[in-house]
Design a protein around this ligand. Structure first.
Ligand SMILES: Cc1cc2nc3c(=O)[nH]c(=O)nc-3n(C[C@H](O)[C@H](O)[C@H](O)COP(=O)(O)OP(=O)(O)OC[C@H]3O[C@@H](n4cnc5c(N)ncnc54)[C@H](O)[C@@H]3O)c2cc1C
Length: 301
């Protein structure tokens, strides 16, 4: 919904929500609440386009042309990066991923560069723009609009050169770390893969994803898919809880746009205490289970 809120910041723009999934009526009301002037329900001879990335990209590219859209905004998570790049390549449009914000009147977009060390402001000189927003970077706002339904039928025969047969959930079992609204991460101090269990338990009561520092990944406590930082993933959750992480610049590069940062560390001089919103001075092996007990189903009143 952050993409709708971002699109609403265009003072002149009419906001369309493109739905390549025809049976998604459940989404319509939410799209109206978050600011869709029109909801374009795309219908093709193929009942379900989700296994066919080339087909999804082709119909969205056709919709941009059909409705003469000036910009397409999506989330630059794992799936969005793939889809937006395909659409940009079909229509030969400029593509910017991992955007932090968009200024429609000046036609500029901000994005972080060099692992978050600098922020670039890029001017887009041709339309349409294809923009991928960093997940969770825009705080979504309710802004009800009519959300009139427009059915767009495309007699497109979908290419099946590339077919997604199965999407396997990661070993954490929770939400994807780069798109999660809450992330709880462990560092070297967690000490073992087995000990990461206490973070997973806490994540499950918070509805959070588990992340890790590079030191924890290099030591084999967590998979590289969970690594956050310069050589790992960039995350922008509403809440980031760093447990037993010192706060190196390389780790910070991957999570500094989190809205609220909480650090749990037993060293009062740990650098992360200079960079967090809330610091808990203590042993993670006491603090994290206490948090899980306090927030879990059997929490004390
Ligand atoms: C080119 C390059 C790229 C890099 N990319 C990344 C990257 O993508 N991501 C990344 O994270 N790092 C990256 N690094 C590594 C980075 O410099 C740090 O070495 C790493 O982030 C440290 O991980 P850590 O904080 O888990 O470990 P440490 O620095 O060892 O910190 C452990 C912390 O745990 C605390 N602690 C110890 N015991 C407890 C306890 N029981 N309870 C609470 N706290 C405790 C300690 O006080 C300490 O602050 C990169 C380095 C380089 C050179």
């Amino acid at each position: 919904m952050g993409a709708l809120t971002a699109a609403r910041q265009d003072p002149k723009g009419e906001v369309y929500a493109l739905l390549p999934e025809p049976n998604a009526e459940a989404c319509h009301e939410v799209l109206r609440q978050y600011g869709a002037d029109r909801i374009v329900v795309i219908q093709t001879p193929e009942a379900d386009l989700s296994p066919f990335p080339e087909g999804q990209a082709a119909v969205l590219a056709a919709a941009i042309d059909r409705f003469q859209l000036d910009a397409l905004l999506g989330a630059s998570g794992e799936a969005g990066r793939d889809l937006l790049a395909r659409i940009a390549s079909i229509i030969g449009a400029p593509l910017i991923l991992d955007c932090l914000d968009i200024d429609f009147p000046s036609g500029t977009v901000r994005k972080s560069h060099f692992s978050g060390k600098t922020t670039a402001t890029l001017r887009l000189n041709s339309r349409p723009w294809i923009l991928g927003l960093r997940p969770n970077i825009i705080t979504e706002q309710i802004d009800p609009r009519p959300g009139d339904i427009v059915v767009y039928e495309i007699p497109l025969h979908v290419s099946k050169r590339l077919v997604i047969r199965e999407v396997k959930q990661g070993s954490s079992g929770g939400p994807d770390v780069s798109e999660a609204e809450i992330v709880i991460s462990g560092g070297r101090a967690v000490g073992s893969a087995e000990n990461f269990r206490i973070l997973k338990e806490c994540a499950s009561v918070l509805g959070a994803a588990v992340g890790a520092s590079r030191a924890a990944v290099d030591a084999g406590f967590a998979s590289h898919a969970l690594q956050i930082g310069q050589t790992g993933k960039t995350v922008s959750p509403r809440l980031y809880i760093a447990c037993g992480i010192s706060g190196s610049v390389q780790h910070f590069a991957g999570m500094k746009t989190a809205k609220v940062i909480v650090a749990v560390n037993n060293d009062p001089d740990a650098p992360i205490f200079q960079k967090c919103d809330y610091g808990l001075l203590g042993d993670l092996f006491e603090v994290v289970p206490a948090l899980t007990r306090a927030l879990g189903p059997g929490r004390s009143k």
